[in-house]
Each structure stands twice: as C-alpha cells, then as structure tokens.
Design a binder for this molecule. Structure first.
Ligand code: AFP
Length: 334
C-alpha cells in the first residue's frame, strides 16, 4: 500500500476541499518546525537543552530552555513565507510582528510552543499546540498588528493541531473535516498518515484531573469527581480509572486514542478561571475534540463559542467523551 505523506494529504485536500495553497504551505512549515523541535527535545542532556532559562513568561511561569528554543524555531520558520499576518505565543507578551522585509499573508498563527514543559526534565511526553485564524481585514492599516486581530472565537479557526513528542512523534490535524494523525518516519524525515478519521468513543471509564487541587474546586466538580470515585457502588454505576500526565497534549492524545474525560476546572485559589489558556490550548484542542466526535465546554458553554477578551486569557476546560463531558457540564447548570 502506498504511504500518504503529509504533503500528499495536503495536496489531495487542495483538490477535494479547495484548501488554499497558502494554508497548505503554512501547515507544512509548522510541521517542519515541529520536526526541528522534536529533534531538539530528543537530544536531552546530550544537547544541553534541559533545565530552565531563569526567566519568566507573561504568565509568571519559569521558562525552560526548550520553551524558548521551541518558540524561536516556530517564529523563524514562519516569519518569512508570506503566509502570515502575525503570530502569538504563550511565551510572548504581545503579538509578534512579521518583519517589514517579508511579505504578509492572510492568516494568524497562535501557539503553545512546548506544552507540558515541566515534563521535559523527567523525559515524559510534551508537545506543541497550534491554531490558525484568518486575519481580519485591516482596511489598509499598515501599523503594528494589535492583539484584537487575534480575539476571535474558536469556531473561527481554519485549522488546529498539535505535535506530540513521545515514544513516537506524531502530528494531529484538523481543518474542519475530521481529524487525521501522522507519525514521523525518522528515516525519511516525513510525517506519514497512520490514523485516518480519529473518533473519540462516546462513553468512557477513564478521567484525567489534577486531584491535588480538589479542595479548591467548585461544588459541581467536587460532586462529579466524588461520583466517579464512588465507582460501581455510586450513582454512575461503573468503575473509573484515572490518569494525569500534566501535559495537555499527552492527556488529549490518550483521549483521542481510547476515549476519556479531561478536566482542568476553575478553582477558588486566586480568582483565575482555571489554568489553561483559551487561545492556544483550549481552542485548538476543543476544535480537534469536536471534529473527532467529542465535546468541549468550560462547564457552562461550548469552548469554541467563547469570545476572547485577551490573548493570554485562561478558561476552565472539560473535554473528551460526550457522555461524561455533558454530565459534568449539566452539574454546573443545576
Ligand atoms: P506547562 O506547559 O507550564 O508545563 O503547563 C502545562 C499545562 O498547562 C497543561 O499542559 C497541563 O494539563 C497542566 O498545565 C498541568 O497542570 P498541573 O501542574 O496542575 O498538573
């Protein structure tokens, strides 16, 4: 059987779904950057890439060397091709301006260059998450691109994906017509289609949440997780298993592979609506999960319907298998 590389898949998408050539190019460039990040991640201590930079990002989180390296790889790969009007990243306070010497394009790229970076030093899976939006018409405005251009609900995404750097490096992608999974063939240096039409099972017996935050959760989440833990003797009448990798990419990847429920709820510690970021974590993952037949809410509404108010906004996240996400969302509404 002939192998379908990412390039071939994208060219066929252009034929069958009229995917614009500049979007195809954008995805290929992001995939190439993810290969470079995968290579850096795999060097570990031999490449001197472990440990922290001693600096903090806009969220006040300590930056790892690989956070900064991955951010630079994505910026450099994407700034010159003429397909982007601007970029935004977890690691940068403000929107990144395409240097004046390069042409500008129709799209905006938003990313978390290395998600789960606390896992790097312990050799556990990490990943890159990205989201592509159309740049709104700026009506001849030649000034700097402001944050407001990016503040579009997730339902406006034209493409979203993530790369996971685990035992295998994989790229998962949606352009709004299902979810495809590509595995990096390291000998050929190409992503090859290995998972066609990924679907999240509707029912599950597995959940993921950071249980150490239990005392800070709101009542609906305390009630729901209590019922999960009660197992077959409780109201849900089945036993549940639990997993927590502490890298959203890896937890979501497991859910896409065998189902499950991922939760990072709001908690009452410091008036932050959860930990995860809407624009480059929740939105791209919600788009992928919905395209795979799952559900993604913030406990009250569909994540993809949220109107963002700032680039680094946080949001509670419940996503995965339909039955359980709908149950915990209903508990919030009671
Ligand atoms: P980092 O990229 O800063 O490590 O954060 C990862 C993350 O945002 C997300 O990928 C995980 O699901 C979540 O944080 C893990 O959070 P805990 O530290 O509460 O386990």
């Amino acid at each position: 059987m002939s192998r379908v590389t990412l390039s071939r898949y994208l060219i066929e998408q252009t034929r069958s779904h009229n995917t614009p050539a500049d979007l195809r190019f954008l995805i290929e460039v992001v995939a190439r950057a993810c290969k470079a990040i995968s290579h850096q991640v795999s060097k570990g201590a031999l490449g001197g890439v472990l440990g922290s930079m001693g600096t903090e990002n806009v969220q006040g989180e300590v930056q790892k060397k690989l956070d900064v390296i991955s951010n630079e790889i994505l910026l450099e790969a994407n700034e010159w091709g003429g397909h982007l009007a601007g970029m935004a990243s977890e690691e940068m306070d403000n929107a990144y301006q395409i240097p004046g010497r390069y042409p500008k394009g129709a799209y905006l790229l938003v990313f978390d260059p290395l998600d789960g970076s606390s896992n790097i030093d312990v050799n556990v899976s990490v990943g890159t998450i990205f989201s592509v939006l159309r740049c709104p018409d700026r009506k001849g405005d030649k000034g700097d691109l402001g944050e407001e251009a990016f503040l579009q609900p997730g339902s406006q995404q034209v493409c979203a994906g993530y790369a996971i750097y685990g035992p295998q490096t994989m790229l998962l992608l949606t352009m709004g017509n299902g979810v495809k999974g590509f595995t990096l063939d390291r000998e050929l240096g190409s992503f090859v289609l290995t998972h066609d039409d990924i679907k999240v099972p509707e029912a599950t017996q597995e959940f993921a949440i950071n249980m150490s935050n239990q005392r800070h959760w709101e009542e609906p989440v305390k009630r729901y997780v209590g019922e999960l833990l009660a197992g077959a003797e409780g109201p849900l009448k089945k036993n549940f298993n639990m997993r927590w990798i502490a890298a959203m990419v890896a937890d979501v990847h497991r859910i896409l592979t065998r189902g499950g429920l991922f939760m990072y709820p709001r908690d009452n510690r410091d008036d932050k609506p959860g930990k995860l970021r809407l624009m480059y974590e929740a939105n791209p993952m919600a788009f992928i999960i919905e395209q795979a037949g799952g559900v993604a809410t913030d406990g009250n509404q569909r994540i993809l319907d949220i109107q963002p108010t700032s680039l680094h906004q946080r949001v509670p996240v419940f996503l995965g298998s339909k039955e359980e996400v709908e149950r915990v969302t209903a508990y919030h509404q009671e």
